[in-house]
Each structure stands twice: as structure tokens, then as C-alpha cells.
Ligand binder design. Structure first.
Ligand code: SF4
Length: 347
């Protein structure tokens, strides 16, 4: 049994949460990390399968951060519960389908439940006032503390001195004077602190920690809801939205066309569940058919797939149409010409 105070730190895998956890370790607090898996995380998915991103390390950044900090990491699957946050955010969406404020409240609430179940003392996040337009504003940060139930057991070490003292500060579990007063969107203070702590390598997520901040991804998710006539999703749906070109020529089906070898291999894993098209006479992509095209639309789909093959300039391209049960047939089509492919079909 330790008499050290114990903190649970939200670890996204990015620099800020890494610095926040280390800043609290500096005060002699025992820190463990918690990472929530929503299915929308940017973490090691597309760059793990795409050949283009071979140079990037294929690692789970949250685990890697935990290793750098020398802390235990708890990875918690919240896929099902998180749907409520994405589908009905009480505080609305940000610039895209990112429900950042509800998301932050939800994650801090889950961390608070964990804290209560494990007898820890406080929660640590890497939030910086003014850094994100929705969840990290002067007026929304107290809301996150309140609405999550964590109240003043939520410590944000990187901007604590811009906020009223929390319980860990008032109790002397951490020294407020040795915490930070970062604010705004500049990354310079974080980079300087990383140097001071001796961190040379860290992930630099652009724009946000999940795909919901991405305009194109959000557009594909809206399209999925519209096509299915209901706002819901399964894990496979949101994973597939990260892969390939999505082309919807008709309301009742779309094509997911691999852009390169790595994506093609990844999509092969879905051939047992979805109908697919692949070029045979020429090197080309593998495409999954999501939905139910009418018999007359199969040729249309095949022509689009042929357009993305090496046979795009040929008169005819042969493709294989394969159903999930394994039965297949071959067909020859004229590749679609660029001017026949409306821009609006490409999601
Ligand atoms: S970017 Fe995504 S994971 Fe991060 S707070 Fe917003 S919705 Fe949540």
C-alpha cells in the first residue's frame, strides 16, 4: 500500500497529455494512464495500412507515451457508449461532426468513474485554455469539470495557473507554483517543456485527435446516415470510412475503391461480408460494394472501378464480381471516362 497520492491521466498519445502526466509525476504523484478507444481515433490505423506512410512508426502512440513515462496504461473500449455522444451531442458539433465538448465531458466522466472504482485521488488532462475552439475555452473548461462530476478533482497541469485552484493544489498534493499557465493555440510552450523533460520524439496530431474533426470524413459519415435513412453506425462502418475512395453513383449503393496495395489488402478482409469487384486484365484496385445495386448498376460500378485501374485507357477491362458466399463471375466493361464521372459522386 502506497501513501503517495494517485492520479489517473487521460492519455491520447499526443504531446499535451504526455506533458501533463509528466508534470504531475514531478510532484511525486503515482500516475497511471487511461486511453479511450472510440473507433474514430486517428491513432495508427490508416498510416499502418498505407504504403505511402511506410516511414511513419506503426505504433500505438498511447502505449508508446505510457512507455516513455514509465506508467501503466488502461485502454478502455467505449465504442458502444460513445455512439450516444456522436449521434446526439447535447452541446452540438464543432466545425465538422466533432462533438468535442460532449466528448470531453464523457471521457472525463468515464475517468472519474474509474477513479472512484480504483480509489485514485484526481484526474489529469493535457487541456490548454484557448487551444481548441469548443472544449478548451475559459467558459467551457469549468463546464467539463462540473458536468463530468469530477469537479475540482480534475487538474489541468498545463494551464492550472489560469484556473481556480483545484483540490490537489489546495491539499498540497501538487505545488500550484510549479504548474503552468499555458494558453492559446501556440505550441511553443509545449515544445519548450518537452525539451526540458527530455522528450525528443512525440506524435503531432494535425487538427485533432480523431477523424470527426476531418471535413471529408464527416461528409462520408453524413452520407452513410442519409443513405441508410437512420443515424447509426457499427465499428466496421467507421473504420471503412477511413479507407479508400468512396464513390456513390446511386443512392442505394456506394463503392469503396482501394487507392493502393496496402488498402487493397485491407479491403480483402471484407470480401467474406461484402460484394467486391477487382480488375483482372489489368493491375488495379479492389472495390467493395456497400449497399444493394440493382442488376443494371453492376456494369456502372465495374466501369468506375476499371477507370481507376491501369487499363483506364484501354477499350475494355475485365473484372471479377465476387459475392460474400464465394460465387463469382467475370465481366468486360469500357472504363468510365473522366468526363462521365461526376465530381458529386466522389465523397
Ligand atoms: S477531436 Fe474527437 S476525440 Fe478529441 S475532443 Fe473532439 S470529438 Fe473528442
Amino acid at each position: 500500500m502506497t501513501d503517495k497520492r494517485q492520479a489517473i491521466a487521460l492519455i491520447s498519445g499526443g504531446l499535451d497529455s504526455m506533458l501533463a502526466a509528466r508534470a504531475v509525476q514531478e510532484h511525486g504523484v503515482h500516475v497511471e494512464g487511461i486511453n479511450f478507444y472510440t473507433g474514430f481515433c486517428v491513432e495508427g490505423h490508416t498510416h499502418a495500412i498505407r504504403r505511402r506512410d511506410q516511414a511513419r512508426p506503426k505504433r500505438n502512440n498511447a502505449l508508446w507515451v505510457a512507455e516513455q513515462l514509465g506508467i501503466r496504461l488502461h485502454i478502455v473500449d467505449i465504442i458502444e457508449e460513445y455512439k450516444g455522444v456522436v449521434l446526439n451531442p447535447r452541446h452540438g458539433y464543432g466545425a465538422n461532426l466533432n462533438p468535442c465538448l460532449d466528448c470531453k465531458i464523457f471521457m472525463v466522466r468515464k475517468a472519474y468513474e474509474w477513479l472512484q472504482a480504483h480509489g485514485f485521488d484526481f484526474i489529469v488532462t493535457g487541456e490548454v485554455m484557448g487551444q481548441r475552439p469548443m472544449s478548451q475555452r475559459r467558459d467551457t473548461m469549468p463546464l467539463v469539470s462540473r458536468a463530468s462530476g469530477a469537479a475540482d478533482r480534475l487538474l489541468r497541469p498545463l494551464c492550472a495557473r489560469n484556473l481556480p485552484p483545484t483540490l490537489p493544489e489546495r491539499q498540497g498534493w501538487v505545488d500550484r507554483e510549479r504548474l503552468y499557465d499555458f494558453s492559446g493555440r501556440s505550441r511553443k510552450p509545449q515544445i519548450a517543456l518537452a525539451q526540458r523533460f527530455g522528450f525528443e520524439d512525440y506524435a503531432q496530431p494535425a487538427g485533432g485527435c480523431c477523424f470527426l474533426t476531418d471535413a471529408q470524413y464527416s461528409g462520408k459519415l453524413s452520407d452513410l446516415w442519409q443513405a441508410r435513412g437512420r443515424r447509426t453506425y457499427e465499428l466496421d462502418d467507421i473504420i471503412l470510412l477511413k479507407v479508400g475512395r468512396h464513390i456513390r453513383p446511386r443512392p442505394d449503393f456506394k463503392l469503396i475503391v482501394s487507392r493502393e496495395e496496402g488498402e487493397g489488402r485491407f479491403l480483402q478482409g471484407y470480401q467474406g461480408r461484402m460484394t467486391s469487384l477487382s480488375t483482372q486484365s489489368h493491375p488495379g484496385p479492389l472495390a467493395l460494394i456497400d449497399g444493394a445495386p440493382g442488376p443494371g448498376d453492376i456494369e456502372l460500378a465495374a466501369r468506375i472501378v476499371a477507370r481507376y485501374s491501369k487499363g483506364r485507357g484501354a477499350e475494355k477491362v475485365e473484372l471479377e464480381l465476387r459475392h460474400p458466399g464465394g460465387e463469382s463471375r467475370r465481366l468486360w466493361v469500357c472504363p468510365m471516362r473522366d468526363e462521365e464521372l461526376p465530381r458529386a459522386w466522389i465523397l
